[in-house]
Write a protein that binds this ligand. Structure first.
Ligand code: HEM
Length: 294
């Protein structure tokens, strides 16, 4: 892998993790967490939100020069303005980058004006996630199949983000169950997370399967294809995440008042889901750049 390609994979990872987090945490606190605890939660996430916002800006900033270097003769091509112009105006990569650069400017204005509420942040992050469907394998087809694939790719990212992005504020909600002042609001937030979680997990599995069939043309069984081997690894990681989510929801949550160790075990299980999700995104940040079949 050239270093330009390595920079692109790292930028895709930072972009996806930041946008999945801001979308998932924002939409959960905006629509599902009771207001009496939601605003406090959002404030407690301000440092993490700022770091995610900075990661998004950095990922967008390095994407254009590294894509130019990959298309051209290495980093020296970054100064080839004719190449940059043709990349920007006549490729899907350029179209996606222009949308992301415009979104980054708009988001920066909201953040600077301290108008980055959960709703604004969720909608901006959703637009960033949707912009990835303008390029890559989701844009490989023509006509209605392209539209279907792009719509499915957006559904995949929004459902994946709703699941894993909301795990972060959930980690702050869980200890609130033990305090008289916040227990009622936290219990509602936990119940609503569980309901949303079932829908999000079902949608991410269905949309992931559709992505796989549209890109690979069937089940990923060709061990000679790095893309398919890494996709299988991602599916295995997601399988472990689903198993963890089932243990969290059906073994630990019902025992929160019965077993003294349950709250700690639930926090550990939620953290483990997050670490696995980062692994899944790292894998797709890499294999999304590879040809699906050898
Ligand atoms: C928590 C679960 C999951 C997360 C966080 C996740 C995350 C992602 C992300 C971030 C992308 C887009 C990468 C990009 O283009 O920038 C993606 C694409 C994809 N995902 Fe998932 N995914 C999950 C579950 C699944 C499952 C269960 C499957 C398979 C059944 C799957 C199959 C795919 C495929 C085939 C793509 C397209 C990659 C490409 O562009 O070639 N994903 N996923």
């Amino acid at each position: 892998m050239t270093d330009a390609a390595a920079v692109i994979v790292a930028a895709r990872f930072a972009f996806d993790v930041a946008a999945l987090l801001l979308w998932g945490a924002g939409v959960y606190i905006w629509l599902l967490v009771p207001a009496e605890i939601g605003l406090g939660l959002w404030r407690r996430l301000s440092a993490l939100r700022l770091a995610a916002f900075a990661a998004l800006l950095l990922a967008v900033a390095v994407t254009l020069p590294s894509r130019t270097a990959l298309l051209g003769e290495g980093w020296s091509s970054v100064a080839d303005f004719a190449l940059v112009r043709s990349l920007l105006w006549s490729t899907n990569i350029g179209a996606a980058w222009l949308v992301q650069a415009a979104l980054a400017c708009a988001f920066a204005l909201f953040v600077l004006a301290r108008r980055d509420s959960p709703a604004v942040t969720a909608l901006m992050a959703a637009a960033f996630l949707a912009s990835t469907a303008l390029t890559g394998h989701a844009a490989a087809y023509e006509g209605w199949l392209r539209t279907l694939h792009q719509a499915n790719a957006v559904m995949h990212l929004l459902s994946a983000g709703a699941w894993v992005g909301s795990l972060v504020p959930l980690l702050l909600v869980l200890p609130m169950l033990g305090s008289r002042a916040t227990a009622a609001g936290a219990a509602v937030a936990l119940t609503r997370f569980s309901t949303m979680g079932h829908v999000a997990v079902a949608l991410v599995l269905v949309s992931g399967s559709i992505n796989t069939v549209l890109i690979v043309g069937g089940l990923p069984t060709d061990m000679g294809s790095a893309y398919q081997v890494l996709l299988i690894a991602k599916i295995a990681i997601v399988g472990a995440m689903v198993a963890l989510a089932v243990v969290n929801r059906y073994l630990l949550v019902p025992r929160l008042r019965l077993w003294i160790g349950a709250p700690k075990a639930l926090v550990a299980g939620t953290l483990a889901e997050l670490v696995l999700a980062a692994g899944a995104v790292a894998l797709v940040s890499w294999f999304g750049m590879l040809p699906p079949t050898p």
